[in-house]
Design a protein around this ligand. Structure first.
Ligand code: SAH
Length: 350
């Protein structure tokens, strides 16, 4: 057996490896170690969550952003991006439609849009909470103050997604402008957890300048934070960003890391992301087989979908579209899985 396959077996058996082991597992990966990880992580996910995939309805409610992240298509500096924000009634209409389709979690994601002060966002959350008492409300709108997170929680939000993007501090600096800080981002995650949110962190795979050391640091940070969810996907270049000519992250490494994350964090919610589905047809289904258990179809109005372009060719149609849930169900049926109509809480305890 190859060295990497032995390490994969050891990880599957114990749920952890020393940093050098994780490093070698990634750096020396081969067909054999891939097969071991996929088998073990897929099995563990099925043990924990069955052959059921949780779905979340993603509502991209604004693409205005005050940040200038070098990789992101809706960065402030992208003058070509046509900007939009959804009104309260449009957001509520998305939820109505989503509920009808069987969604019991709504994810409000957006750029860091200063328009959405607490005074504007809290009432929206409140209304969703009142109208859909059996649903979970997830927010994903970047770094805010502790007080703001507290008020949003009080308004009815249950969960918060804030990818840490990379746990390598130097690497973080290469992906973001100087005014953004790694320490603040990680602090936000711990604050959210403290406030009682179910939290999701995560990183891009194969982002520019990423080293294997950075990925090991990601895996360590995930263990330290013990998040309820971990969202990862390949970096995909956007033509109107400074990273336009950078190579895309690979599906292969993303799948490999999904399996490692599952094995190191058995009860975690692990989405097979849109970026994974964009990078390869059938990518999300393969993600499920490698240990993922969540899919987040797009519930945004069609006009918004075209404008929430984080990277080139972002999937908007087919099984990615919430209204095509029948197609998603069929794709999952073909790999032996079904869709759960449920809030889909994490097995990771508070
Ligand atoms: N403003 C929110 C939401 C950001 S968009 C926040 O700060 O959390 C959601 C995620 O898309 C980001 O966290 C990032 O990991 C991912 N993303 C952005 N640009 C990308 C790109 N070019 N390729 C792949 N993923 C990207």
């Amino acid at each position: 057996m190859s060295e990497a396959a032995k390490l994969a077996r050891a990880l599957a058996a114990s749920g952890d490896l020393p940093d050098e082991g994780l490093y070698a597992l990634i750096e020396r990966r081969d067909g054999e170690s891939r097969a071991v990880l996929k088998e073990a992580a897929g099995m563990l996910a099925r043990e924990k969550y069955g052959r059921q995939v949780y779905i979340r309805g993603l509502i991209e409610f604004t693409n205005y952003c005050k940040n200038d992240c070098l990789y992101c298509g809706i960065r402030r500096g992208n003058r070509k991006a046509a900007r939009y924000r959804l009104s309260e009634s449009e957001i509520l209409a998305c939820c109505e439609e989503g509920y009808r389709l069987g969604f019991r979690t709504f994810v409000l994601q957006g750029g860091e849009d200063p328009y959405f002060t607490d005074e504007r966002l809290c009432p929206i959350v409140c209304k969703i909470r009142k109208r859909f008492p059996d649903c979970a409300i997830t927010l994903s709108c970047g770094e805010r103050s502790r007080e703001s997170y507290r008020r949003l929680k009080e308004a009815g939000a249950d969960r918060y997604l804030l990818r840490h993007e990379t746990a390598g501090k130097a690497h973080y600096g290469m992906l973001h402008p100087p005014e953004m800080s790694f320490d603040n981002r990680v602090q936000c995650l711990f604050t959210l957890r403290e406030l009682g949110y179910q939290v999701g962190c995560g990183m891009m795979v194969g982002s520019p300048y990423q080293k294997t050391e950075d990925l090991v640091a990601d895996l360590r940070l995930i263990r330290k934070l013990r998040p309820h969810m971990v969202g990862i996907g390949p970096f995909l270049a956007h033509k109107d960003t400074p990273f336009r000519d950078m190579p895309d992250g690979t599906v292969e490494l993303t799948l490999y890391l999904l399996s490692i994350i599952r094995l190191m964090n058995p009860g975690v919610l692990l989405p097979a992301t849109t970026a994974l589905g964009t990078a390869m047809e059938g990518g999300r289904e393969e993600g499920i087989l490698c240990g993922a258990n969540v899919i987040m179809p797009n519930l945004s109005p069609p006009s918004a979908r075209d404008k929430y372009m984080l990277y080139d060719n972002k999937l908007r149609s087919g099984a990615e579209a919430a209204e095509n849930i029948a197609l998603l169900r069929e794709n999952l049926r073909q790999i032996g899985y079904g869709i759960a109509v449920a809030r889909g809480d994490s097995l990771v305890e508070r």
